[in-house]
Design a binder for this molecule. Structure first.
Ligand code: PMP
Length: 449
């Protein structure tokens, strides 16, 4: 390596969602240079299991040359052209058709973006536009939930239910409100909180409710089975549009092509990104129902003043089409289902070997292990102990990359490996989690109990 990459990183690279001071003191901990299947290799030559599929997104695994080939072909033919106004091109048209064919029920028309935050901002604007066209322009408010993560653009930051993201730049827009999430709450309690928020704000002022089918960054929160049908009923009762944020859960992650299919609940709008290209190229979008599309077709006269330069990017569209073809051909949603069940079995087994594992859960290949002081009473460790952080570092030492969730005094380890993972690799992750948790148990010592 001719240049000192770590030094250049410190000097010139402001990392997303990172500690700037930690970077200045220590430099980047890992500089990855190669990916293959579920593995990442860094510049020191050390190989890790990417048990987060990087940012919950590398669904078909690293190093798939098929995507590189299709990108090269498309770049050589037509790398980019506009989709604004009356311009169009084959890759985006075919991708829109494909997504309409796999999206649940009446979700049949797609607006493309470059990522998740843009998709959610777009969904909010489309929902408000719908109400405007319908003659109810006062319906502007967006309800989301505590612990939600919907991105970091202006509106999606406000919909995000983790206050640290608002505090960073004082970015909290009017017309965003948060209700309870079903984490450690029943469906009835969570729905009652939603109802109170709706009644307090005034139903005639609410445009849409947005929810991740499974809250990812909030700590892999899997709702009770009856939750989303109750949400759908509540939205219908008050005439509120329901936006499913499928940015993590879409494209096979939860064992179905889309997360909401686990409960057969139909959203009015569905946002996606990440797994649509398995992260090989930035991309995303919003799929809307026929009812919303019909309203646009009938009443949206003149220009729809919303569009990103890269909406429907031809190369990204071609990569997405190939990625979806691979997900379908290799039955990856079904593999996620099967491997997720095995992961859960493994977590349950190792819970018996330690004293600090509380709740364990998976849905497809989204999983969580909670570390607690007293599993029987679900009593948490004091935040100062930094137990989840210690566990993540122990996992790095054992060659596994996953992510901690620690706000609201939780110690949650999240898992979202690539969907191509096999049984042996699942068992390796479980074994390493066991070893890491046992090591952490030793370091926190008797006085923590
Ligand atoms: N929604 C969800 C559920 C997400 O997990 C994320 C990203 N982690 C986003 C939205 C934002 O996506 P992006 O980072 O591509 O803007």
């Amino acid at each position: 390596m001719s240049k000192n990459l770590a030094e250049l990183d410190q000097k010139h690279f402001i990392h997303p969602t990172s500690s700037i001071q930690q970077q200045q003191q220590h430099g980047p901990a890992y500089i990855f240079e190669k990916g293959d299947g579920i593995y990442l290799t860094d510049t020191k030559g050390d190989t890790y299991i990417d048990a987060m599929a990087s940012l919950w997104n590398v669904n078909i695994g690293h190093g798939r040359s098929e995507l590189g080939e299709v990108a090269k072909e498309q770049m050589e033919k037509l790398a980019f052209s506009s989709a604004f106004s009356t311009f169009s091109h084959e890759p985006a048209i075919l991708l829109a058709e494909k997504i309409a064919s796999i999206a649940p029920g009446s979700l049949n028309a797609v607006f493309f973006t470059s990522g998740g935050s843009e998709s959610n901002d777009t969904a909010f604007k489309l929902a408000r536009h719908y109400w405007k066209l319908k003659g109810e322009p006062e319906r502007r408010k967006i309800i989301s939930r505590k612990k939600a993560y919907h991105g970091v653009a202006a509106a999606s930051t406000s919909a995000t239910g983790i206050p640290q993201f608002w505090d960073m730049a004082g970015t909290f827009m009017p017309d965003f409100v948060h209700a309870e999430t079903p984490y450690e709450k029943s469906t009835a309690e969570a729905i009652e909180s939603m109802r109170q928020v709706i009644e307090h704000e005034g139903p005639e002022t609410i445009a849409a409710f947005i929810a991740e089918p499974v809250q990812g960054a909030g700590g892999v929160i899997i709702p009770p089975d009856d939750y989303f049908q109750a949400i759908r009923n509540l939205c219908d009762e008050y005439g509120i549009l329901f936006i499913a944020d499928e940015i993590i859960t879409g494209f096979g992650r939860t064992g179905k092509m889309f997360g909401m299919e686990n409960w057969n609940v139909q959203p009015d709008l569905m946002t996606f990104a990440k797994g649509v290209t398995s992260g090989y190229i930035p991309f995303g979008g919003v799929v809307v129902s026929d009812a919303i599309h019909d309203m646009l077709k009938e009443r949206s006269t003149g220009t729809l003043f919303h569009g990103f330069t890269y909406s429907g990017h031809p190369t990204a569209s071609a990569v997405a089409l190939k990625n979806i073809e691979i997900l379908e051909k290799e039955n990856l949603p079904a593999n996620a289902q099967k491997m997720g069940e095995r992961l859960l079995e493994g977590f349950k087994k190792i819970r018996n070997d330690t004293q600090i594992i509380g709740d364990v859960r998976t849905i497809g290949l989204l999983g969580a292990v909670e570390l607690v002081k007293d599993p029987a009473a679900n009593e948490r460790f004091p935040a100062e102990l930094g137990v989840a952080g210690k566990a993540i570092h122990a996992l790095y030492d054992h060659g596994v990359i996953c992510r901690p969730v620690t706000f609201d005094n939780t110690d949650i380890i999240c898992f979202a490996p690539p969907l191509i993972i096999n049984e042996e690799q699942i068992d390796t992750i479980v074994e390493k989690v066991h070893d890491a948790v046992v090591a952490v148990e030793k370091t926190i010592g008797e006085n923590a109990f």
